[in-house]
Design a protein around this ligand. Sequence first.
Ligand code: PRP
Length: 187
Amino acid sequence: MDTNAVLYGDLERILLTREEIAKAVRELACRITHDYAGKEPVMICILKGACVFFTDLIREIDLPLTTEFMSVSSYGSSTKSSGVVRILKDLDRDISGKDVLVVEDIVDSGMSLSYLKGVLENRNAASISIVTLLDKPARRRVPLEVQYSCFNIPDAFVVGYGLDFDEKYRNLPDIGVLHPKIYGGQA
Ligand code: PRP
């Protein structure tokens, strides 16, 4: 998509270009290929935000991995603070004894992943690692160990490459900071 395309008009600036993202994804895939040599990891995509990152990442990993998809949603404002998430679509297969990589687009407060990791730990995986494209450490509310992260980013409203605002902008090939006029924030 050309950066003059309509959706780009809603951005304040581009934070990460598609070239920077592709390079980081390749490097991350190399690390995972190396770290999991001899293993057959299960890679779990957390829908929807991680879908673009996930499909690029798995194609760069040289391992006999398998894929799973999970869809989760918070219960609403009360649960946003408790971090409890509702599982809308669960894994199709048993992960006991498997080396699992949970793939997210962004870790913000860390509440969703912290809860989800607990759920998966109860299923007796051999190991569970967290993989994220973006990390906003300034927003963390609960301790969460993130084993693989491509970019630490500032506390800005980012969209693109799978990340949305009101379900839109996921199809932008780059990651940009959304203009505050779009979400009603202060300029
Ligand atoms: C985003 C993201 C993580 C979560 C991170 O999902 O994909 O799942 O929020 O936030 P946290 O660290 O504060 O828990 P979102 O609820 O926006 O759904 P989506 O992936 O379908 O866009």
